[in-house]
Design a protein. Sequence first.
Lengths: 559, 311, 316
Amino acid sequence: MDNQKQNSTLVTRREFLRGAAAVGGAAVASVMLAACGAQPTTAPAGNTPGAVIPGPTSAPAVIKPKSGGKLTWALNNDPVNLIPFGAISTSNQWGKEFMYDSLVEWDKDLNVKPALAESWTTPDDKTWVWNLRKGVKFHDGTEVTAEDVKYSIDLQRTPPPPGIVIAQYPAATLASVDVVDKYTVKFTMKSADPTVLGYLAWARYSAIIPKGAYDKMNLVTTGIGTGPFKLVEYVANDRVVYTRNKDFWKPGLPYLDDLVLKVLPDENSAVAALRSGAIDGCRVTADTARNLKNDPNIVILKGLFSAPRQLQFTIKGDGKPWNKKQVRQAMSKAINRQEIIDKVYAGEAVLTGPIPPGYGDWFIKAEELAASFYKYDVDGAKKLMADAGFANGFEITLYAISQPVEYTQIAEVVKEQLKKIGIEVKVVSEEIGPFAKRNGDGTFDFCSTGRGMRHDPTGYINEYGRPTTGSAAIWFNKGEGWKNDEAIKLYDQCVVELDSVKRHQQVRRIQEIALDEFPHITTVQPYGFHAIRKTVKDMFVDFTDFHRGLRTAWLDPAG
Amino acid sequence: MLGKKLRTQDSALSTHMAEASLSQPASFAERPRISLRTRLARLPRQNPIGMIGFVVILIVVFVAIFAPVIAPYTPTSQAAKRLLEPSAQYWLGTDELGRDVFSRIVFGSRISLQVGIIAVSLALALGGTLGVLSGYIGGPFDWLVMRVVDIMFAFPGLVLAIVIAGLLGPSIQNAMLAIGIIYAPVFARVTRGVVLSVRNEVYLEAARVVGGKDLHIIRHYILPNIMPSVIVLTTLQMSTAILTEAALSFLGLGTQPPDPSWGTMLSNGRKFMEFAPWVAVFPGLAIVIAVLGFNFLGDGLRDALDPRLKE
Amino acid sequence: MSKYILRRLILIIPTLLVMSFIIFWMVRAMPADIVDALVGVDPSITPEAKAALRHSFGLDDPIPVQYLRWVTEALQGDLGKSFRTREPITKSLVASLPITLELAFLAIVMSVIVAVPLGVLSAVKRNSNVDFWARAGGLIGLAFPNFWLATMFLLITSLAFHWVPPVIWIPPDKDLVGNLIQMFLPALALSVQLMAVEMRMARASMLEVLRQDYIRTARAKGLREGVVVFKHALKNAFIPVITVIGIQMGSLLGGSVIIEQIFGLPGVGWFLLSGIFGRDYPVVQVTALFLATVFIVVNLLVDITYAYLDPRIKYS
């Protein structure tokens, strides 16, 4: 059957992944192209391979992965629900990611790889034809067909509650999803859209579920997909239990028999549990990672993940000091980002612009940021303040998310730093609900927040390119408080630009504008750390901030 | 009718409450006529535990008042390196943002005392007034007040604290308000219980016969009688308030950063226990000492003020 | 007596009605709702999309309408579904309540076992060294925030014995021994404060009882001290301890959330807290009312026990 072919492809792929740590990111992609021959050369890939900063991960396994065993992973945040479609927070994805797949997927380094679609073609800029992998089964044993894909992609446009319409869905460009035959689906676009692949590959909102699943079950606490693990039970505030999907479409995978996700919000408890073997791995902060380094039973994994931190203004044209560009520039100059790195993150963070380091090759490198955009210069800042007419400073309230404490700690550090140029900052830390509301309603002057993963580079810069829509319209008073015509023009181009080189230039220029005008002050990007028992193999810190490593992780009882 | 019956039951319940915090139900009628002042003055000799508590609280108050003089650094200054060990320069080391732990503990005493004093005063003012009036006036008023107190009692305190923090914004003032409201019913029940027990005593009847005004009776006959219970309860509740603030800090609902609160310092410092224990241990010690101080004092006062515990 | 109990039970109804109204209003008066909490900080989501989701929860109806709807449904026996999980709240309560109740029960048992004998001893040997250290010990126990105790327990057992209680809850009906082993540390952390309070109560009431006429009489009759203490006094010493339990029940049920989070036990405190933070109004309403009911019933039981133990107390 077809299995033979798939097998060989996959073996190549797996062998390849194993060696990936040693090979550069660029080489990865070219080998992959040759290996599976699925990726069309004209693919308007959202993320071309690039100079990914390879974070140290677990040593590449030299021995053959073993099957079996149960792995317990502690989550520091409760997956609030498991809904496949609609807006969710990252921790929800942690709960559901193992049961779902999409048409394509990202590999570790964000290269787009075939998943439920074995291959695809783009006969013209406005058509995508997806050839589904044959014989893939949902967890209930039914086969995945084009009907399921159509049902899923269509439903993602307006997800049933508690799902919420998301901006990442290509709603404006996707005209229709059509079933060509049992294993072929066609997307007809109104116009070219370079973000479609990223949307699908991220898999956060684009799972493929059986047709009619929403009518048959409560997808908030249960679920059915094609992923490597089947859901056994979901207990709110407690655990998500998975068992191996024997019919997973990647033969031989997953290695684990059982996967338990246990909610343990307190880092101290998680570390105690890890030490005692009650759990096999968890996220830790940099300080804890350093402390655990010497434990012979524990391995520390380090890697970048998408979480650029930023200080956000509302600029409403109401005469407040920070409506003036010089004031915002002065504040950026007076903020010593290295001190934030050293104190809040124990030295384990890097400078970031709007797009975080590690996101393909779309970001501005830390060295360049340090040299050109983020010079710490208190005297220069004072001069700018004086030029703007605020030599004596002003008062401003800085709201911060209370948990995790890092946002509040950044605010505390910034408060001390801005004191030097006469700005008196009042810090108010709030739980996430009120903070989110404040952020969405624009009822703040200044806040300490962060951005997560995005499906496309434009996701990190849309507030600069579209200051008149969504939340940005509220923050910038529909563009009356702040807008930049060049950024708007470039953004309009880059959301439809299929030429990767041109697109890079546009995205880069918008970032430069943001780093000159500072409608928001971008700061640093922390490293992520996992602490795992040494028996856990092939786990990695996932750039998407999920735990995709658990899909392929395995246990070596020998350690 | 109904009111009267219910009041009788309540009096039993209130007596439990009084006992719970005081262990002194029943009457003060037989109390020897020794003034409060005299009994307080006898405290040191008779009651070493109470005396230790008194001295500890005195020290905490002293530190709080003279914090700017005692603290070598500004409590919010991040001038030092992070997580420095205790040394001659930084006596209790520095925290993760490079702030002097000693200076933060010194200034933190202000917050802990404020929480203790203001929250409990609020509870006392609110609950005490309700309790005295309720016990004194009796009738439907008493019934109604006690039903309100029942509701407040049964209301999960955590919900109240979080809702208040949500409604008014998280801040130390609002945490105090929340703690004050949560503690108010205890004061209401205890004071009411004591008032009920003295209300009908002979000398009160006498006062009434002579035509004393209500306010006069309350001031001269009721208040002196409830003072011992209230003093002891207040002292003990102050210690609980400090612990409650720490618990709220653990949940992120206490003091706003960067103000130093012992609870927040302890909660956030826990993660450095293994390699920089000073960040958590010293604020923890400060909490233990202050709470212990109030408890020792309260315990001592109870022995001193409760005449029935005399041999 | 039975009339009294009946009246107290009837009184629960208006109490709960008033509470339900207060809670209903309060949770809605908090800033942000479930939509804000679900969405988090995501600038790409439009206000229209949020409004649509709000509508699906019925949150755009006037509050009195929402309240009437909820009360009507509750009176028909439908306590409602969680906004978050879309599952009946009773189901989650049935799952989470036993954990917290067991925790509270074990904490009470542990505290009584230690506190009552110590308090009695302290009273009998008043002003001795035993008394001083028992009292000081009790007070010191009272002085530690319980999250600190819990953290230290875990730190010590994990470093010294490479052991912590299992992180997934073991129901007692499945494995009683495993369950008790798992619950020991959390219950201990919760019981320390209780212990201190009960120790003081036991000591104080014992002191009082020892002074009383019938004990004096017994002593005068020449009964040996030990017999006197145990036969007559011990029963009375338990009375305030039971009262403390009644009062502490509230903080044991709602306040155990910190212990639950640290030990990863999905109890009712955590359920309530996550309901509050997630603005899951139905969950907060029902859980808070339910905890209040438990509190009221426990206190009623305490009063009945009190009357049983102390014949002087008569309920009309």
